[in-house]
Write a protein that binds this ligand. Structure first.
Ligand SMILES: C[S@@+](CC[C@H](N)C(=O)[O-])C[C@H]1O[C@@H](n2cnc3c(N)ncnc32)[C@H](O)[C@@H]1O
Length: 243
């Protein structure tokens, strides 16, 4: 039964995912924040309800431990929740957010303005981060809930770009669905797989993220926390670029 539901989810994802005009024209592709563009306005509400958001975001902000010397880039920043939280927690940190979807960036701009903080948002893919951030002297790169949506080659490309974007000694901090250690977590994670597609998400569920981080050259890769949520467990990872 579950396999059948899963199959229907995959078919629906492949066939019915709404596309931007640029995608329809054969241009760049990405999975929208909630799987479909028409669901984007619901993104913040769904994440709050379905991921124990305040628990993992607060833990991630603590792990990032940004200070006034830091220049932080949030890759796949979506509606800007993490970037805005980061700036409010550490007002003298310079914060950038990058995302390919102009729709979520519009919501992110509004959020930053409403909270009275300056975050520099830019449109672009994770695979463009090194180029876009070349002159920024980035000390920390962060990303939340992005890699699970991206096919394996894309995960590798984004992580390699995050590594290249960093100054020597800089840090990477990631929160995403990771190794699903129990039958219950694997079952709950099917909800995300039905929304975002099976192939990209399954590699995360099998624990690929820290493996890729090490493969790309990050030192001291660690899984610092595993947080059980109603949609599977979210892991917090960190690593460092050699000084
Ligand atoms: C589930 S949302 C997460 C948003 C945000 N980081 C958060 O924590 O709420 C995933 C985001 O990744 C973006 N995304 C998808 N593919 C991407 C890629 N190849 N490079 C960068 N961002 C990407 C999507 O546009 C979307 O905003």
């Amino acid at each position: 039964m579950l396999n059948w539901v899963n199959h229907l989810g995959n078919v629906a994802w492949e066939r019915a995912r709404m596309r931007t005009p640029e995608e329809t024209a054969g241009g760049p592709r990405y999975v929208p924040a909630l799987g479909y563009h028409f669901l984007t306005p619901l993104y913040d509400t769904v994440i709050a309800l379905m991921t124990r958001e305040s628990t993992w975001r607060k833990a991630l902000i603590k792990q990032i431990a940004a200070d006034q010397r830091d220049v932080v880039v949030d890759v796949g920043c979506g509606t800007g929740t993490l970037a805005v939280m980061l700036k409010r927690t550490s007002p003298y940190t310079t914060v950038y957010g990058i995302d390919p979807d102009p729709g979520v960036l519009g919501l992110a701009e509004i959020k930053a303005r409403d909270k009275g903080v300056l975050v520099h948002f830019m449109q672009g893919y994770g695979a463009e981060v090194a180029e876009r951030a070349a002159s920024l002297r980035v000390t920390k790169v962060v990303s939340s809930l992005v890699l699970h949506q991206v096919p394996l080659d894309g995960k590798r490309e984004i992580l390699a770009n995050m590594h290249a974007a960093l100054k020597p000694g800089g840090e990477i901090h990631i929160a995403d669905y990771g190794l699903q250690r129990s039958a219950l977590m694997r079952l709950l994670f099917r909800q995300i797989q039905n929304l975002d597609g099976y192939r990209a998400t399954q590699a995360n569920a099998e624990g690929i993220v820290p493996v890729l981080m090490e493969e790309i050259g990050f030192d001291g890769v660690r899984e610092n926390r595993v947080i059980a949520t109603p949609t599977g467990s979210i892991s917090l990872y960190s690593g460092r670029k050699a000084a």
